[in-house]
Design a protein around this ligand. Structure first.
Ligand SMILES: [Zn+2]
Length: 67
């Protein structure tokens, strides 16, 4: 699965548990580290590159904001 599909899946499974909290690490030329935490304690952690184009997924599906 690619990252967008992973996020989609995470959102579908955990949406009912509560709001998600996303943390974004320092942005580097190679991308950034993304951590999305669910209220139930599960965390999805991925390295995101420019090509992943997951911003729309994060905004629209998971409704999280970059910090
Ligand atoms: Zn959950």
């Amino acid at each position: 699965m690619n990252l967008a599909a992973d996020l989609d899946h995470f959102g579908a499974v955990h949406r009912a548990h509560g709001p998600f909290v996303a943390r974004v690490g320092d942005v580097t030329p190679n991308g950034y580290r993304l951590k999305v935490s669910c209220e139930c304690g599960v965390t999805l952690e991925r390295w995101v590159t420019q090509e992943d184009e997951v911003d729309d997924v994060l905004r629209e599906r998971l409704r999280v904001q970059r910090t």
